[in-house]
Design a protein. Structure first.
Length: 484
């Protein structure tokens, strides 16, 4: 758990430690426990909600907003606004979909949640935040036995704490009454309450729901017949116990939130060898078009090679750096394809690493491809000492990589070229649907598209895009070795 201090009395807990960049982003849930604006009921409405909603596919955050003697209107609102902005500004790092941010509040926390979607749409931005650009209105509101109205059905203690006043004016009550603050910018609301609640009457929810409907805003409400205030997960009542799943269904169906699929991702690794210039000019744009990542294994070759071949067929250092800046992985394929003794392997590896880090100005690679395809024990020993994570072989056999069983420095891969394309494509079309992607990862190797220096591994552009389009159209995801 990451904790961010917002000010002297407020903090945001971020439960994002288990996120890795290889995972798809998910909706965010900002949790606002209740406590009548006098305290934070974390034990019942903080931690347990993180556990439940994390399992339902949301990235969870808990806001300890300012309460009691440490706040007066609009301090709690400002804490909520800042929390939402922080989540959106760190969306990529924390694995959040920035326009899928919901707030959930309980009792007075429900009031704060609803205020972020109503009152905050009417107040001037500069009154709420110094950030002039980051959006702060939530995309959905989940309101649990909420305090919502400043009328006779409202909760007086919450109102007094919210304004930090002992005597409330009619203006205060009207401002607190969120059924009067709904605008065209108010996001969808999910509400639930119980008829037997003697602390916050369920009519708070009914009044707000009816005002949302009248304003033509999306709203769903569940009023359960039994249960006192603060029923959380129902305390044995099966009807109430289902509300978290109902809320998530509301986010999906009524708010358009995008949840990661629970099905195993059909991932395969794409790799490209020898720094061929059309990797930059043709291949990379095709991969971007279909949303695929890949590892480009780079070599450079010595002066003798350059005197006998056209350097125009190789990527320049600027093009290699551009691939890195586009998000592709740059791997080590040795400088000159010489692998013999351990000392030769060290020289080859270091020479190419220096070229990549100093001339191309890209990070030191952690993935390697054995030149020509065969495994080398000497090179594997060097790679292990240097901290490489993956090393790829290559062959004409379609062998799957099993991450839980195989040596990551001896990853099997299949070399795809025009000569074997039709037979290969036919086999892949039959084999891929039967693969258990939880345990297996196909790894594909391409050279030039087209390949001018080594025509025996040539792949023509038309059939290359045909292959990539087929994979994308059937729900497969192309990744780099770094994404494993």
């Amino acid at each position: 758990m990451k904790e961010i201090k917002l000010n002297e009395f407020a903090k945001l807990e971020c439960f994002v430690d288990d996120y890795s960049q290889s995972q798809p982003p998910a909706p965010a849930l900002l949790i606002l426990p209740g406590g009548g604006y006098g305290c934070i009921c974390y034990a019942t409405e903080g931690g347990p909600m993180v556990d439940r909603f994390s399992k339902l596919g949301l990235r969870c955050f808990v806001l300890h907003y300012r309460v009691g003697e440490n706040q007066a209107y609009p301090d709690a609102l400002r804490d909520g606004v800042e929390a939402i902005q922080l989540i959106r500004k760190n969306a990529k790092e924390w694995g959040v979909i920035p326009d899928n941010v919901a707030v959930i509040g309980f009792s007075a926390g429900g009031h704060l949640s609803a205020a972020l979607g109503t009152l905050c749409t009417k107040l001037p931005r500069e009154f709420l935040t110094d950030d002039a650009t980051t959006p702060y209105i939530p995309n959905a509101m989940l309101l649990s036995f909420p305090v919502l109205s400043g009328t006779e059905i409202g909760h007086v203690g919450s109102m007094k704490n919210f304004f930090h006043k002992n005597e409330l004016t009619q203006e205060d009550r009207d401002l607190f009454s969120l059924e009067k603050q709904i605008t065209d910018l108010t996001p969808p609301a999910f509400l639930w309450a119980t008829v037997e609640d003697q602390v916050v009457p369920f009519e708070n929810s009914v009044l707000f729901h009816n005002a949302m409907v009248k304003a033509k805003r999306t709203a769903e409400m569940h009023i359960f017949p039994a249960g006192v205030h603060g029923m959380q997960f129902g305390y044995g009542r099966n009807d109430i116990a289902r509300w978290p799943e109902q809320a998530v269904t509301f986010l999906k169906d009524s708010c358009g939130f995008k949840f990661p699929s629970n099905e195993p991702k059909k991932r395969f690794v794409l790799s490209f060898d020898d720094a061929v210039v059309n990797h930059y000019t043709f291949v990379a744009p095709i991969l971007k078009k279909y949303g695929f990542n890949a590892t480009f294994f780079v070599c450079n070759f010595d002066e003798k090679w350059h005197s006998e071949h056209s350097a125009a067929n190789l990527m320049t250092s600027e093009q290699i750096r551009s691939l890195h800046e586009q998000g592709f992985e740059i791997g080590n394929h040795t400088y000159n394809h010489n692998m013999g003794t351990k000392e030769e392997c060290e020289r080859e590896l270091s020479a190419l690493t220096d070229y990549l880090t100093q001339t191309c100005v890209v990070p030191e690679p952690t993935s390697f491809a054995y030149p020509g395809g065969p495994y080398s024990e000497a090179m594997a020993e060097v790679l292990k000492e240097k901290g490489y994570k993956y090393a790829r072989t290559a062959s004409d056999s379609f062998v799957l990589y099993k991450p839980a069983e195989d040596d990551p420095l001896r990853v099997p891969a299949f070399s795809v070229c025009y000569q074997n394309y039709f037979n290969y494509f036919s086999n892949v079309n039959k084999i891929l649907p039967s693969i258990d992607f939880e345990k297996n990862v196909p790894v594909f190797v391409f050279h030039g598209v087209p390949e001018l220096e080594h025509p025996w591994v040539n792949m023509d552009p038309y059939h290359f895009e045909h292959f990539i389009a087929f994979l994308a159209g059937n729900g497969y995801q192309g990744i780099a070795f770094k994404d494993l």
